[in-house]
Each structure stands twice: as structure tokens, then as C-alpha cells.
Design a protein around this ligand. Structure first.
Ligand code: HEC
Length: 164
């Protein structure tokens, strides 16, 4: 399942190479959801988690969620981490404008938010009752202002609606 997600994300690789060539730099947000296309750190899927998610959601209900990175990796600079999150349904609601922002199709950290390793937001479940997948990719950074030596985590959650 997790491998499958990475394959889905592969097309972004080409775009990413382009961005790298242009000297893209971004402690202030993630350019695409697939961090591994630039960050060559170790992929340790279980360092990232989302808390506050229900096992099954109540259609239309809003849930307060928190993305958290657990890692011993120490940061020598200001940047401690970052993330990108995508939901296939419902609505992502920003609750902390200082640390998070919505860019194109995903939620990501701001420059201020890269000093943290946990980020909160809300998610309003769809009214239709469709199954939704939330995918998050996050980085525990070593704060050296480079894409090297960081740890990468990825996690995805499939949530169905409560049966009435
Ligand atoms: C286009 C290539 C590229 C992609 C894709 C990418 N990054 Fe980066 N990232 C970089 C580069 C280059 C730097 C170093 C320059 C900088 O700090 O802006 C960096 C730095 C960072 C830093 C600061 C690191 C430090 O040690 O100071 C964080 C945090 C970060 N990225 C998070 C992410 C996350 C989270 C993702 C995926 C959701 C991601 N990045 C995807 C290229 C990328």
C-alpha cells in the first residue's frame, strides 16, 4: 500500500527536477508532495502520524487534526521540519495561518512553521459519505539549509463514513 502511494507520486519527479535546476529553495513551503524526489534522506514511514482522525467519519463534521513528526534527529539551525498533506475528499481548513498554508492542492508548512515538528489544522468530512484518503509526507530536518541529511516520513489513512 505504501509503495503504491510512492508510485502515484512519481510523475511529480519530472516537475521537481525542473524546480531543482532552477535553484528552487523553500524552507517556506514544500514545492510538491513527494519530498523524496529532492530530499535524499532515509525514508522512515513511521516517523510521521496524524492524530485526531476518527476510525469512521460523521459526514459534514469537522475534525481537529495534528500532524506530528517523532524523531531524534537534532536540528543545528532554525528549520526543524516540514510537511505536505493532501486529502482526496472533504475540506482542509487552516487553523494556524502562521505555521501552515495551502498551496495549489496541498497543505504545507510556512517559513515560521518549519521551526516546528507538529502542525494543527482542521478537516471537514465530505457530506457524500465517500471514502477519503489523507496522505502526508513530512521531513525531520537537520536545519543545515540543504535537502541532505534529513529524515523523511510518509503515511496515508483511508477513512470511511460511519454507517447510519
Ligand atoms: C524541488 C525539490 C524539493 C522537494 C520536492 C522538497 N524539497 Fe525541501 N528542500 C529542498 C531544498 C533545495 C532545500 C534547501 C534549501 C532551503 O532550505 O530552502 C530544502 C529544504 C527543506 C527544509 C529545511 C531543511 C533544513 O535542514 O534546513 C525543510 C523543512 C523541507 N525542505 C521540507 C520539505 C518537505 C516536507 C517536502 C515534501 C513534502 C520537501 N521539502 C520537498 C528541495 C526540495
Amino acid at each position: 500500500m505504501k509503495k503504491y502511494i510512492l508510485y502515484l507520486l512519481l510523475p511529480s519527479f519530472v516537475l521537481t527536477l525542473f524546480a531543482v535546476n532552477m535553484g528552487f529553495s523553500h524552507s517556506n513551503s514544500a514545492p510538491v508532495i513527494d519530498c523524496t524526489s529532492c530530499h535524499q534522506g532515509k525514508l522512515k514511514t513511521d516517523i510521521v502520524s496524524i492524530s485526531g482522525l476518527p476510525k469512521a467519519y460523521e459526514p459534514g463534521m469537522t475534525y481537529k487534526l495534528t500532524i506530528k513528526i517523532s524523531s531524534d534527529l537534532e536540528a543545528m539551525g532554525e528549520s526543524r521540519g516540514g510537511f505536505a498533506l493532501q486529502a482526496t475528499g472533504g475540506k482542509i481548513v487552516i487553523t494556524n495561518k502562521k505555521d501552515t498554508q495551502y498551496i495549489e492542492k496541498f497543505l504545507t508548512h510556512t517559513l515560521e512553521g518549519s521551526k516546528s515538528r507538529s502542525w494543527s489544522f482542521s478537516w471537514q468530512a465530505p457530506k457524500t459519505g465517500d471514502e477519503v484518503t489523507l496522505t502526508v509526507m513530512a521531513i525531520a530536518s537537520n536545519g543545515d539549509y540543504s535537502a541532505v541529511g534529513d529524515l523523511i516520513g510518509a503515511q496515508s489513512y483511508a477513512i470511511k463514513a460511519l454507517k447510519k
